[in-house]
Write a protein of this length. Structure first.
Length: 278
């Protein structure tokens, strides 16, 4: 999705622009690739307002939020807009099915570490092995689905729910396959997935030396993925996957050198001239 950011009576910093792009990636699944988004920031008397407008195939979705900080207003505006939910509800009614949304205001992380997470949802406590804030959101959505099944007559015990969540695994989704040093693999192949991976890297490895091995398929949205503000690695290796659809590592390396996101100079300095085929 193409994003345009405009500031009225204010200059928008690069960190804010990258934050807006990262947030937008999470909405891609609701719109077509041709959708266009506009973020407008207005500052008046110290009150900062962010207006988000998305146009796609005749639909216009709009959200507007104000706060003391433009970053807080941005985060609030990017919550799934009510008119997007309305479109989904209409589609659900047309299909003759119920539609429920997870209530993330009732989701609370209790503990978090490389061995897993504990959380509370709608007053009940659960544990999962999967890492990252996005996996907590996935767990909340799963609990909503279980509730819907129960309302439909399925008998699912609370013990089965807790056991299933605790034992759930997702190979190659921020999976720590080796330790000492840690080796984490993630097969995310679009900006939404890579955004979640970047957030998890910041959370679980904030002060760790990082070597990033990155490869992509040429028919994926690799350019937008490469523009995302990932944590700057100490070493960056571009790889060519073993696939007929693979993006050449040299092409990826050249693109990264020219269009690196946040801390661009540091990333260019760390990007080696050579690249690897795996």
């Amino acid at each position: 999705m193409k994003l345009t950011c405009t500031g009225r009576k204010v200059s928008l910093k690069e960190a804010f622009l990258q934050r807006a792009q990262t947030k937008l990636a999470k909405l891609d699944k609701f719109f077509s690739p041709q959708a266009q988004a506009q973020v407008t920031v207005t500052v008046e008397k110290g009150w900062q307002t962010v207006e988000l407008t998305v146009k796609d195939k005749g639909y216009t979705c709009r959200a507007e939020k104000s706060a003391d900080r433009m970053e807080d207003a941005l985060d609030a505006a990017y919550d799934l807009p009510e008119n997007v939910k309305a479109v989904l509800r209409r589609k659900a009614r047309a299909a003759g099915t119920d539609l429920r949304f997870a209530d993330f205001s009732r989701l609370e992380r209790l503990s978090d570490g490389l061995d897993g997470q504990q959380f509370r949802y709608r007053g009940e406590e659960y544990a999962i092995r999967l890492l990252g804030a996005h996996q907590l959101a996935n767990a909340a959505a799963a609990l909503e689905a279980i509730g819907q099944l129960r309302r439909g007559g399925w008998e699912i015990s609370e013990e089965a729910v807790r056991s299933g969540l605790a034992s759930a695994s997702w190979p190659a989704r921020f999976e720590r396959v080796l330790t000492g040093p840690d080796f984490v693999i993630d097969g995310g192949h679009n900006p939404q997935f890579l955004t979640a991976t970047a957030e998890a890297l910041r959370r679980y490895y904030p002060d760790t030396r990082r070597v990033l091995l990155f490869g992509a398929l040429a028919d994926k949205d690799w350019q937008d993925m490469a523009r995302l503000p990932i944590p700057v690695p100490d070493a960056f290796v571009c790889a060519t996957p073993e696939s007929e659809r693979a993006l050449d590592a040299g092409t990826l390396a050249a693109f990264l050198r020219g269009t690196a996101p946040l801390n661009a100079q540091a990333l260019r300095n760390n990007l080696p001239d050579s690249h690897t085929r795996v």
